[in-house]
Design a protein around this ligand. Structure first.
Ligand code: ADP
Length: 340
């Protein structure tokens, strides 16, 4: 008896496979289960990405093809609900430096503006506890973010970049006293905010490679990191430490940027190299890290930055350099998305 039963099951399975083969390929690809019992077909199909009309059409197609098959009296079709898409959240890109004063905040702000100008939805988190300068760079000083359902709502700067800064949460100078847990707690609030449809979130990390940076990177692991350095040897050694910090945390390094790479004389327009030249590119090559470009040391960059008007928002000095670097970061983002 057992043998006869087995044979019956095998026959039914064969029929099911034959039935499935009758379906157009695109429909068959959606079949999760197809059973034939006593003349009744029960087909379960995945409905991912289909609207109501497409679901109806799919059901009709299955019913028609299978219903016309020999030995089938009835067709029941169930189309499974689309799985709710997991909230993707923005891709986090950290901007770090081995030490302060090398232009990390200036680069982060201008990268954000240039990426936004190229059509991306960009957010920026200023996690520099010791000297949050993004509110000055974006002319949003004194603004206080609102909260909704326990989460902060980013401030819309007038440069098409949404932002949140430690400087928006505390009085100027007060954040300096923060250490460890307090700093990383506040950082969490800035990253876990209502970023909406923001695609890329740039993190302006505190300078250095200490516990605060490590905790921040562990809690909110960036998809990639950009490191900025000036060309001097000392700054470069620190930049290499920053590279190690990311590598140890398995954060891919998108590339190195050389800032203050040659002084553009505001009078004669000639370029000189007060801090040397090419050091960062050479160090990047040695470490096997991409070199993303250099930004000149320019009075116009500093003045525009201090005035709350990021150079990348205009067409003045430095704008092209920032845009060229942003284009490389954009290409990295596209490659990453293509690989996903
Ligand atoms: P960090 O974030 O690394 O501490 P900042 O971005 O705050 O550095 O820059 C330090 C100072 O240097 C600021 O006054 C800024 O305007 C100035 N600065 C940064 N990059 C340039 C540049 N390429 N040319 C001129 N000044 C610059």
């Amino acid at each position: 008896m057992a043998g006869a039963k087995l044979l019956l099951v095998a026959a039914a399975e064969m029929d099911e496979n034959t039935l499935k083969a009758r379906l157009p390929q695109a429909v068959a690809a959606r079949v999760q289960s197809l059973k034939l019992r006593e003349g009744r077909v029960t087909a379960i199909l995945g409905g991912a990405g289909l609207d109501a009309a497409a679901r109806e059409a799919l059901e009709a197609a299955v019913t028609e093809v299978l219903g016309a098959s020999e030995g089938v009296d009835e067709v029941r079709v169930a189309i499974m609900a689309d799985k709710p898409a997991a909230p993707a959240g923005p891709v986090i890109v950290a901007v770090g430096s081995g030490k302060g004063g090398v232009g990390k905040s200036t680069l982060t702000a201008n990268l954000a503006v240039a990426l936004a100008r190229s059509g991306r939805k960009v957010g920026l988190v200023d996690a520099d506890v010791y000297g949050p300068s993004q509110p000055t760079l974006f002319d949003t000083e004194g603004q206080r973010p609102q909260a909704e359902n326990g989460k902060l709502i980013p401030i819309e700067s007038r440069f098409g970049v949404k932002m949140l800064s430690m400087g928006h949460l505390v009085e100027p100078g007060k954040a300096l006293a923060w250490r460890g847990p307090m700093a990383s707690g506040a950082f969490g609030q800035l990253v876990d905010a209502h970023w909406g449809d923001t695609e890329v979130l740039l993190l302006d990390l505190p300078p250095g490679t200490g516990d605060v940076q490590i905790t921040m990177l562990q809690k909110h692991k960036p998809a990639g990191a950009v490191i900025v350095s000036t060309p001097q040897d000392l700054a470069l050694i620190d930049a290499q430490r920053a590279a190690e910090l990311f590598t140890k945390g398995s954060v891919p390094i998108i590339g190195l940027v050389e800032n203050m790479a040659g002084y553009v004389c505001p009078h004669c327009g000639e370029t000189s190299d007060p801090f040397g030249r090419g050091g960062v590119e050479a160090a990047a090559a040695e470490a096997g890290i991409p070199f993303l470009g250099r930004i000149p040391l320019s009075l116009a960059v500093r003045e525009a930055s201090d005035a709350g008007s990021p150079p990348a928002a205009g067409d003045g000095e430095g704008a092209d350099a920032f845009r060229a670097i942003a284009a490389q970061v954009g290409a990295w983002l596209d490659r990453r998305q293509g690989a996903a």
